[in-house]
Structure formats: structure tokens, C-alpha cells
Write a protein that binds this ligand. Sequence first.
Ligand code: KG4
Ligand code: ZN
Length: 370
Amino acid sequence: MTTGSNTSPSADRPLLVLGIESSCDETAAGIVRRSGAGQGVILSNVVRSQWEEHRAYGGVVPEIAARAHAECLDEITGAALAGAGVALSDLDAVAATAGPGLNGGLVAGLVTAKALALANAKPFIAVNHLEAHALTVGLTEGLVPPYLLLLVSGGHTQLLLVRGTGRYERLGTTIDDALGEAFDKTAKLLGLGFPGGPAVERWALAGNAARFDLPRPLLGRDDAHFSFAGLKTALRHRAAALEPLAERDVADLCAAFEAAVCDCVADRVTRAMAIFEERVGRDVARHLVIAGGVAANKRLRSALETLSAAHGYGLHVPPAALCTDNGAMIAWAGAERLALGLTDPLDFAAKPRWPLDVNAPPAAGAGVKA
Ligand code: KG4
Ligand code: ZN
């Protein structure tokens, strides 16, 4: 990305950064101390989920999300500062998610961060939410790029070559639904509630995946893109044919869905590994990182463990609380940018769409997510 302005690089001195996240349905703030490349400590990480507000609607309602963020941002930010034992005057910068995400929530978080930065004469850093997911493993494990990243959340499904802060090459993306969205829609269809991923996973444990032969979209294709719409539709048809659904049907459908997802993701990641190796060279250490809420899925994780071992990759998955949306990852991405001397002006506008790799061509599909 080329948005930041260059101030004096601060790579060698400890940096204390507050990060604010409000791009979707979690209001979060965290404080991180960075003392060098791959050296970060989380001093606080406060997350308030809005699930209760959205549950009745079966998905995130943008207006409700924006209002809920605005109502609790001050309290969450205050709790992060108090929890870390840090005063605003101690900070080196204030960072906030500026995109991609829901505009109303982004604006609420940005206004809070900019006001704090202005009132305390601190630099402001506009963070790309996807970059924060991409760099989290540097905070949790000290892993430094290059590495291959599989980002699987409710809004995004991407394979990225992470070369460094601000340096990303998109190797694959979904041409329709995000993987988390496919889990959520499947859960809704089967009456399992929201968010759907954990519910589908629980039901799948008791199911027989072999009972339904669901499609594996894009399997074997030469690129590293994803598609889940056809899988979801096939599942809907199978479910409709069985109405009314018995518990056994729901469990078997969930298991078949998860099995199809694992096959698709493993195939696409295998393709991305080959592209990764072509681009970085075969002598570079191989690391696969999974981030985003769907990384919590145990069957997917174990499929990728097997795959990584077979291809000589180390597999890295941040702990669940740092895979899902949180403030510490925004603070860490802010600190990484600050270390490079990258800060942003206070008129930096929210970017509901903000691809990490601006050079990636659009992937052909019905509803492409950047
Ligand atoms: O990263 P995240 O917390 O928020 C977004 O930025 O979207 O991801 C939330 C998504 C939801 O779609 C949720 O259903 C999914 O992650 N998810 C899971 C699991 N836990 C959360 N999907 C499958 N299995 C899980 N255990
Ligand atoms: Zn996220």
C-alpha cells in the first residue's frame, strides 16, 4: 500500500500503540508494545461482540452495527488504556481500522482514533483490516515474512503472498461467497442460528459426511481462487428434499458441508503453495499462516496440518482470540507501519473496499469480494 506518509523511521525504539477496530460486528481496542521486528507484547485487548444485537436478524445489520460501535467505543478504548496501565500521553501513535468493512462502523472508529490523536498530539495510523490479520503472526509467534497466508473470515477468503508490511500479492480470492459467509448461510438454512461457523462445526461432529456427495467447486483448477456458492446451493437442494429435517439429517449435512469445504480449501492451498514457491524461490523457508474466524474450525485446521506436513510447510495459526477481530492486531499493524515511518493525515477517509494487493486483477465471478 502506498497511502502512508513518511516520517522518521522508528524501527529501533520501543513503540507503544493503541489500536481500534470497528469494521464489522466487534468493537475492540488493544494496546501493544513493539520492541523490534517480530517482537511485540500485548498489554491489553478488549473486545465487545455485537452478536446479541444482530442475532434476531441472522446476520450483521450495518445500521445497528454502526450505532453499537458509536455507543461503546469510548468505554472500550478507556478499558484498553486502563487494562494496560497506560496513559494517552505514553502512546507513540493511535491506529484504527480504516477499511475494508462497513462504512458506518469504520467512520465511528476513525472519529474516535483521530480525536484521541489530535487531542494528544500523537500520529494517526489508518490500518487496513486485512493487513492486521496478515501481520498478526508476527505478534503472536515473531514470524517474519515471506509467508503464505490463508485469510478466511466472514467477509474475506484470500490466499496472499506476504512479502512484508505493505507488500502483498494476492494469489487467490473467492469469486462469490466468503468461507465464513458460506458457513453462516448453511447454518441459517439448517436453522442453527448465528454466527453459524461454530454451530455447523458442533453438529458436524456427530454427522456422517459420506451420506451426501456435495460438489467441490473449482477443484483442480489452475489458479488459486475459491467458490462456495454452488456448494451452498447443492446443500440447500439436499436439505429441501429431506424436509422436515431430522437431527440426523442436520448432522450429516453439516459433516458433508465441512468435508467438501476442507477438500476445496486444501486443493486451492496446494495450488497457492506452488505459486508461492515459484515467486519466492525454492530455497526460502516455507510457512503457511491461517487467519480469520474460520481458522478456528478444527477439521479445516487438521486438513491443513496434513497438507503442510506433506509439502514441507510450517503451519501457524494465531490463538482463536487473535484470529477473530480484535484491537491488538490493529495496534500491532499500526506499530509495524510506524516502525517504517508510515503515518496518515487526519482527513484519511474510511475505505469500505480496500484490497491489500491493488494490482490484483478482478477474479471472474458473480459477486467478487476484493
Ligand atoms: O474474522 P471474523 O471473526 O470476522 C470477520 O472479519 O468476518 O470471522 C467470523 C466468521 C463467521 O462467518 C463465523 O461463522 C466463522 O468466522 N467462524 C467459523 C468458526 N468460528 C467462527 N467457521 C467455521 N468453524 C468455526 N469453528
Ligand atoms: Zn477480520
